[in-house]
Design a protein around this ligand. Structure first.
Ligand SMILES: Nc1ncnc2c1ncn2[C@@H]1O[C@H](COP(=O)(O)OP(=O)(O)OP(=O)(O)O)[C@@H](O)[C@H]1O
Ligand SMILES: Nc1ccn([C@@H]2O[C@H](COP(=O)(O)O)[C@@H](O)[C@H]2O)c(=O)n1
Length: 210
């Protein structure tokens, strides 16, 4: 049976990517981390001199492909912050829309995670999750991740980055971060990765039975 499209949204470091990878593996379907697309656009703008040139950011988005993105290099805090700046531009979002929808349309289904998958990219998804956790817990998890990679980071700086990014992503006019009315909310604040995965799979199973 086809998994259909599973849309997973949520704020920074809520664990949606971790869940999306696990859920995609469980259903045997491809996964797209859509945040990487915005990160790649931002990285190209930074490499070309900065974020101010909106037309250049739209051109970078139009030239992007989903394959060959260096996830490891794109996952820095600096690129994450820059991604949320270019992601607020309607032209950048429009340029990335078809790419994401083509990925979602693969036979057999797909899992996509991001900020606007259930609301804008795949409003007809078979199942939608909105993954949350408190900012403090998200900051602690992201700090551990950054330190584990040998990146310099402090709890206060990571928490400030998360708060700034959440506010920008939720407050923008173009496809803001928000829970789709038909999305199932999963708060992972008190759940470890295994428990969060089990809860997500139970929510998806319930949705498919409904
Ligand atoms: N339930 C959990 N318990 C503990 N750690 C978790 C949990 N879920 C995810 N993590 C860890 O938290 C960090 C952030 O998770 P992840 O990258 O999946 O979040 P995200 O929402 O995709 O982030 P981003 O928006 O920045 O892409 C990772 O290091 C991951 O291993
Ligand atoms: N569907 C999406 C996905 C991401 N963004 C923006 O990109 C930034 C980085 O995303 P991560 O998931 O890798 O943290 C994020 O802060 C958003 O601004 C988006 O707008 N829509």
């Amino acid at each position: 049976m086809s998994a259909g499209v599973i849309a997973i949204d949520g704020p920074a470091a809520s664990g949606k990517g971790t869940l999306a990878r696990r859920i995609a593996a469980a259903f045997g379907v491809p996964h797209l981390d859509t945040g990487l697309l915005y990160r790649a656009v931002a990285a190209r703008c930074l490499a070309a001199g900065g974020l101010d040139d909106e037309a250049a950011s739209i051109a970078a988005a139009r030239a992007l492909e989903v394959t060959g993105l260096d996830a490891e290099a794109l996952r820095s805090a600096e690129i994450g912050a820059a991604a949320s700046v270019v992601a607020a531009r309607p032209g950048v979002r429009a340029a990335l829309m078809d790419l994401q929808r083509r990925f979602a349309a693969q036979p057999g289904g797909a899992v996509l995670d991001g900020r606007d998958i259930g609301t804008v990219i795949c409003p007809d998804a078979a199942a939608k999750l909105f993954v949350t956790a408190t900012p403090e817990v998200r900051a602690r998890r992201r700090l551990n991740e950054l330190l584990g990679r040998g990146a310099p980071a402090t709890y206060d700086a990571v928490l400030a980055d998360i708060r700034t990014r959440d506010a920008r992503d939720s407050g923008r006019a173009a496809a803001p971060l928000l829970q789709a009315p038909d999305a199932l909310r999963l708060d992972t604040t008190d759940l470890d990765i295994e428990a969060a995965f089990a809860a997500a799979m139970a929510l998806i199973a319930g949705k498919r039975r409904a």
